[in-house]
Design a protein around this ligand. Structure first.
Ligand code: TYD
Ligand code: MG
Length: 485
């Protein structure tokens, strides 16, 4: 029992997924629907009402009529800091914006600390003042890594600190242009009682760093960890708070890494930067298409090249499919790097509109190189890979595919067809299978000359199967296996 007159310390239960608050514990957060995410935390002192007494005389410093915005200069080059790493600059929309607030998320061990250290080095080389705060590693560890990444004469201030107040003190002392905090889940402020990494801590620390970025015009780069399901750990508010959310992805066991902008107030999203991890850090990959097709072999069945668009850049990648007979009553449909529902749908469409049947077949599909493809234009490449695997015949040499497939078996036009075709031609692809409806948007004159490709205009998925069976017989008479019809 609480004695009368004594202040009762109430606790709140905060969902670690969405940040919503409850007065009592619940097994499932009724806001976001996640199980076992409510954690007991001590509440912060909250202001009552809109304005505190001491604030009552204040008002917003500058208000501006929208019409006057015409005279306001837009972001010019002077307000951007180029890192000098082309892939990073492009993903950011043309360099770091001064005073912007950036969150870099990724799985543990993917190379976030390596990337930001290289960015720090590149910035220092261009005379930017960088303060790198590691709340996870000692200064020696960080310095050792910097040395390994080839940083020698670059002046990057390193500190190992997890208290936010101390971080602020060193920012005021050193006056950096760019502040890097590795990671937001390990810094804490004593004003919040819950443990570092909890929603309240992350939210409070991030909010204060936001104030720092905006009032002192310091560019702040936060590193954030990613939870099991791939979302950034901590509350969603973190994503709302920052100007830019970057995701660093890839397979821990493979050497390449992909940097993408999920949100960017100063540039296009879904821009893609490709790196390969080596013994001495991350190397930028200037031509991702060559990189993703490096190990591809012609004459293999179940492999098709897809002309994808990642951000604003065309990227060719390999789509693989494997169809095998199954002992299971419900065949397996497996997809890596692609939505499994697409595989279900395309198998059903092929079942209906071609002579192929997948009823007693397992289907595995894969986007090679750890890429994730979300564009509907991948459909035609996946169809080609499926048909090729099921027919046990390689696709025609030097062929490349794109186009969306509808439920009535029709092939629909894709965006940026010209960019896709140009990239394919540049890499020496001769047979381009694309939606017939894209023809009127393509400037075919551009391709007249020596390396002119053959365009195969596709209206129906059945055409792929037909064309392919014929061309397979013509171009691979020996190694073709008779179709399993
Ligand atoms: P790190 O940047 O520490 O990952 P994160 O900060 O995302 O947790 O990188 C960890 C991995 O990167 C580690 O397994 C070793 C590898 N690595 C290299 O392969 N080459 C290098 O030059 C460096 C610094 C790291
Ligand atoms: Mg790290």
């Amino acid at each position: 029992m609480v004695a009368r007159g004594m202040a009762k310390t109430r606790t709140v239960f905060v969902c670690q997924n969405c940040g919503s608050k409850r007065s009592k514990w619940e097994g499932r957060c009724s806001d976001c629907g996640e199980w076992n995410t409510l954690v007991e935390e001590k509440p912060q002192i909250e202001r009552k009402g809109w304005v505190s007494k001491s604030d009552s005389g204040r008002r917003v410093e500058a208000t501006m009529d929208v019409y006057n915005l015409i005279d306001t200069p837009t972001l010019d080059a002077g307000q951007r800091i180029f890192t000098g790493m082309n892939e990073v600059d492009r993903v950011l929309g043309g360099g770091l914006v001064k005073g912007s607030y950036i969150l870099l998320g990724g799985d543990p061990g993917i190379g976030k600390s390596t990337l930001v250290m290289q960015i720090a080095g590149a910035l220092a080389r261009r005379n930017a003042k960088v303060l790198y705060i590691s709340a996870e590693e000692s200064v020696q560890q960080t310095a050792l890594r910097a040395r390994r990444l080839g940083l020698k004469d670059e002046r990057v201030d390193l500190a190992s600190e997890s208290s936010l107040d101390n971080i602020f003190a060193s920012v005021l002392e050193r006056q950096p242009g760019v502040l890097i905090v590795d990671s937001i889940q390990t810094v804490f402020t004593e004003d919040v009682e819950s443990a570092p990494g909890s929603v309240s801590q992350v939210r409070e620390c991030a909010a204060r760093l936001l104030t720092l970025a905006k009032t002192k015009a310091v560019t702040v780069i936060l590193i954030g960890h990613v939870t099991k399901d791939g979302s950034l750990a901590g509350p969603r508010v973190l994503e709302h708070m920052v100007d830019t959310v970057l995701a660093f992805e890839g397979d821990n066991h493979q050497q390449f890494r992909i940097l993408r902008a999920l949100k960017n107030r100063f540039g296009a999203t879904n821009e893609l930067g490709v790196f390969s991890m080596s013994g001495d850090g991350l190397n930028e990959v200037a031509n991702p298409s060559e990189f993703f097709l490096e190990e591809r072999r012609e004459n293999r069945y179940g492999s098709a090249v897809f002309a994808a668009i990642e951000g604003s850049r065309p990227v060719l990648c390999e789509i693989q499919a494997l169809c095998t007979s199954t002992p299971l009553p419900t065949p397996r449909r497996n997809a890596i790097g692609i939505d499994v529902n697409r595989v279900h749908m395309l198998a059903a469409v092929l079942e209906k509109y071609t002579a192929l049947s997948f009823i007693h077949r397992d289907i595995y599909s894969n986007v090679v190189g750890g890429l994730r493809v979300t564009e509907p234009a991948v459909d035609l490449a996946l169809v080609a890979a499926l048909v090729s695997s099921e027919r046990q015949t390689p696709l025609p040499a030097n062929s490349c595919f794109f186009g969306e497939v509808g439920l009535t078996g029709e092939v629909r036009g894709s965006t940026l067809a010209m960019e896709r075709v140009k990239e394919a031609v540049k890499l020496g692809f001769k047979n381009i299978y694309l939606p017939a409806s894209n023809e009127k948007y393509l400037n075919l004159k551009e391709f007249m000359g020596t390396a002119e490709p053959t365009f195969h205009w596709i209206r129906e998925v059945s055409q792929i199967d037909n064309k392919f069976s014929q061309s397979a017989l013509a171009s691979h008479p020996r190694d073709s296996v008779s179709p399993s019809l």
